[in-house]
Write a protein that binds this ligand. Structure first.
Ligand code: FES
Length: 234
């Protein structure tokens, strides 16, 4: 991707059960960044050959200069472009392998990345947060900015109305506690987010989501509901 006549680069990592993307801009740019995105895919019980589904592949390739497709399990994703590669392992392992030049030619040096954006499950984002201070630390710029796209439970999505999306933050420098409305600002500093609080809230919401899904399955007579509970007599 070219911007203002300067070359920029992105590295995208996709994992089997998790979709992850790394994006970075070269040091020739003012705003250098790396993006990590993810979404969970449901696996069918008893399935032997774990399938990997890739969504919006063309869009991802269109928006990036380099893609590292990483899968934890299942069939590997074959890169379509010469600069792209596949890695078997998790996001942090993929980033380390990339930084060490084990995935072919590097489009960008992670040491030049100013901004890291993680988008995915709370556990993946927390893993990236922690690794930046441990295993990833030798490969990253010392004063980079790390942002997570926080997936707090939401309800009204009307920015500061119902407060369902409140996310606890703790300033790592002062210990100050404060709360933010995730629907108002989903992009939050990784080091400030209380991921334990987020995980607890997501778990608490899980039973309600499952019941709602079951009700919708029943309402629409989905095969999945019939398989589990028999034919529905409305
Ligand atoms: S979801 Fe209602 S205020 Fe954010």
């Amino acid at each position: 991707m070219k911007q203002n006549g300067k070359a920029s680069a992105r590295v995208t990592v996709v994992m089997g059960a998790v979709l992850a993307a790394l994006g970075a801009a070269s040091h020739a740019q003012q705003d250098q960044r790396i993006e990590i995105t993810g979404s969970s895919l449901r696996r069918i019980d008893g399935e032997t050959a774990a399938p990997v589904q890739v969504f919006k592949r063309e869009d991802i390739e269109e928006a990036t200069d380099q893609v590292i497709w990483a899968t934890d399990w299942g069939t590997e994703i074959t890169p379509q472009r010469p600069q792209d590669a596949h890695f078997r392992g998790n996001i942090v392992e993929a980033m380390i392998a990339y930084a060490e030049g084990k995935l072919g030619e590097k489009t960008v040096d992670l040491k030049d990345v100013d901004r890291i954006i993680a988008i995915g499950s709370d556990r993946m984002m927390n893993g990236v947060r922690e690794a930046r201070h441990s295993s990833l630390k030798p490969y990253l710029k010392e004063h980079h900015v790390a942002i997570g796209s926080i997936n707090s439970p939401m309800q009204c999505m009307m920015k500061e109305v119902c407060a369902q999306c409140l996310q606890r933050h703790v300033n790592p420098h002062t210990g100050e506690e404060f709360f933010v409305f995730s629907c108002f600002n989903q992009d939050q500093h990784l080091d400030f987010v209380d991921f334990k609080n987020l995980n607890d809230r997501l778990k608490a919401n899980s039973i309600q989501e499952k019941l709602t899904n079951m009700w919708l399955d029943r309402t629409f007579g989905r095969e999945e509901f019939k398989d589990r509970f028999g034919v529905v007599n409305a």
